[in-house]
Design a protein around this ligand. Structure first.
Ligand code: PNW
Length: 584
């Protein structure tokens, strides 16, 4: 059933900040074949319903062949068989079993929270179902010319909106104790604010109840990039301080509804990523009066305020789950031991992790090198705002996929800072994944994820750096890590796809790196593997594969990849809490 919401008061939704009427194509309407000389003369209030809003900005949306909730069926025991070890011993089968190696000084302490992760737009499908409003990503995947070669969209995707019971049964069958997913803001508030869509809330009621029924604890992210389109159109989304109130109102509904059923809340996913190219996704929305290169800092400023207010609200409601946001990035290794490279590395921390971590974990304010720049834009927190932001995270959640070398720009940091047309200005640091000796930092992932190399050796140092730099009483959770197996999308048989040695090595090495960090005194409290299954990798569509499960996008059948068993194995061997597979 579709819900149609009359768009009464905010009919100015279709009118942008310069007063011209927005069309799907380019943000301004052409009247009688030409740009209106005086757009405000043509401004009119019109009332449209939700379907018309979709039609105007997104156009036809595909639907799945399965479009009612599918009951879970027990996972056949034949699927619960781990693969043989990667390398066979040279002895005939059964003649000699190599000793299972275990490092007795390693362990995941009791209470360590681990599981698998996803995000709404990447897996749900059911784009228009039960009153969901469009998000910026619906527009982007349908209308932008810079989407993947395949014109992939999230219209149907993994169809998790209808398959979630089976998905939860499948992870429970392997004994996975936590599932991290995000809620679609534009399902709950089809316009980002205003009328609440009860059907969406009922959907997430059942998703959360199903988790609990299977002994899987839900971990919920409020915002994983799928901004309600209406808020982008009305005031430029995260570019406007208006979003703070709208985000907090959304948080209030979700916190109020699911309250203490959620063990860990994340307000935002990776603001560095979604602000960095603001308006994100790039190459579709053109926005307002702020210079494009500076939009990211306005976005970040409002993210910090919105996060902090949502955190304070959650605490005032007495939620017993932890609340934090997901930061992201890799360890930053100086390319050489020159002082200019050391300076560039510090600038890189300040313009990346420190952008959000310093205000929240240290002092409510931006780190030095970033502050030098954003204060020229008028982006300064008042004393009250600093007090509001400081201390608004119960743990340090970090999406830590890889690591990279950092160095000064050609010509040095000072020359870059003196030249605002330098392409690296204002950060004035450079980065590479290639060692000075010419070798990659580690094996490359898929060609569609050029940012990702297997650099797990650096993980223990990185976790220690986080603990020392931004101490958090609740410890550190690696809230995403994962691997896009090279060329997986080119494999033509299911058995080939399911045997994923690169991802197996990544998980084995990564789990050992976390164990090393813990054994050396770093308080790592949890980790969440990205992703529960293959999904829409944003503008790269379904080409890069991050899943520990394969999804047949026609039948929606899911299958465990070998790497899922590698991941589980780490806990079977090293967790103080037993891994309890639930066969339902
Ligand atoms: C994360 N980088 O994004 C996101 O949270 C997920 O939605 C996404 O699917 C996953 O990682 C895999 O990409 C990132 O360039 C995007 O370093 C880019 C980077 C890191 C994480």
């Amino acid at each position: 059933m579709f819900l149609l919401f009359a768009l009464a008061a905010p009919a100015a939704a279709l009118i942008n900040s310069t007063g011209s009427v927005l069309t799907p194509e380019n943000g301004t309407i052409s009247i009688n074949g030409g740009e209106a000389a005086n757009p405000s003369a043509f401004t009119a209030n019109i009332t449209i319903n939700l379907q018309q809003y979709w039609d105007l900005f997104v156009g036809p949306v595909a639907t799945a062949t399965i479009n009612t909730t599918v009951a879970a069926t027990p996972v056949p025991t034949s699927e619960l068989v781990p693969p043989p070890p990667l390398y066979y011993s040279s002895f005939p089968t059964g003649a000699q079993n190599p000793t299972v190696l275990k490092n007795e000084s390693w362990k995941f302490p009791s209470g360590f929270f681990w599981g698998v992760a996803s995000a709404a737009y990447q897996i749900e499908g059911a784009a228009q179902a039960e009153g969901r409003g469009p998000s910026v990503w619906d527009v982007f995947t349908h209308r932008s010319t810079s989407i993947t070669v395949n014109n992939d969209t999230g219209d149907v995707g993994c169809n998790e909106y209808y398959m979630y019971k089976q998905d939860i049964a499948r992870i429970a069958a392997l004994g996975v104790p936590y599932y991290s997913f995000s809620i679609s803001w534009s399902r709950v508030f089809p316009y980002g604010k205003g009328p609440v869509n009860e059907l969406a809330l009922q959907h997430y009621d059942d998703l959360i109840e199903t988790c609990l029924q299977y002994g899987v604890k839900p971990v919920v992210t409020l915002f994983h990039w799928d901004l309600p389109l209406f808020l982008q159109n009305e005031y430029g989304g995260w570019l406007s301080e208006e979003i703070v109130g709208d985000f907090v109102a959304y948080a209030k509904v979700v916190f109020g509804r699911y309250g203490n059923k959620v063990s860990h809340w994340f307000t935002m996913n990776e603001p560095i990523v979604f602000c960095d190219e603001y308006p994100y996704p790039k190459n579709y929305f053109s926005a307002v009066t702020i210079a494009e290169a500076d939009q990211k800092y306005f976005c970040g400023h409002h993210v910090l305020l919105a996060h902090a207010e949502a955190y304070r609200l959650g605490k005032s409601l007495g939620l017993n789950g932890t609340i934090a946001f997901k930061n992201n990035g890799g360890y930053k290794i100086p390319l050489t031991n020159s002082t200019d490279d050391a300076l560039a590395v510090q600038r890189a921390w300040d313009f990346n992790e420190g952008w959000f971590a310093n205000p929240v974990y240290l002092n409510g304010d931006y780190p030095k090198y970033l502050k030098d720049y954003v204060s020229t834009l008028g982006l300064e927190f008042t004393a009250d705002q600093k007090a509001l932001i400081n201390g608004t995270a119960d743990l340090f959640a970090h999406d830590a996929y890889t690591s990279s070398f950092y160095m000064a720009p050609d010509g040095g940091v000072a020359a870059c800072l003196a030249n605002s047309s330098n392409s690296l200005y204002p950060g004035c640091f450079n980065t590479t994944n290639v060692n000075p000796d010419g070798w990659n930092i580690g094996p490359a992932a898929d060609i569609y994820t050029p940012w990702l190399n297997q650099a797990t050796d650096w993980v223990p140092l990185f976790l220690r750096y986080i603990q020392d730099t931004w101490p958090s009483a609740g410890g550190i959770a690696v809230s995403e890590f994962g691997w896009a197996e090279p060329f997986e999308h080119l494999k033509t048989t299911k058995v080939d796809i399911l045997y994923d040695p690169g991802r197996m090595m990544y998980y084995k090495n990564y789990m050992e790196a976390i164990l090393i960090a813990i054994s050396e005194g770093v308080n790592v409290v949890g980790c969440l593997a990205w992703a529960i299954m293959d999904n829409l990798e944003w503008a790269d569509g379904y080409l890069p594969k991050f899943g520990v499960q394969y999804v047949n996008l026609t039948t929606f059948e899911r299958s465990y990849k070998a790497s899922f068993f590698t991941y589980i194995d780490a806990f079977k061997v090293y967790a103080e809490d037993p891994v309890v597979p639930v066969y339902v």
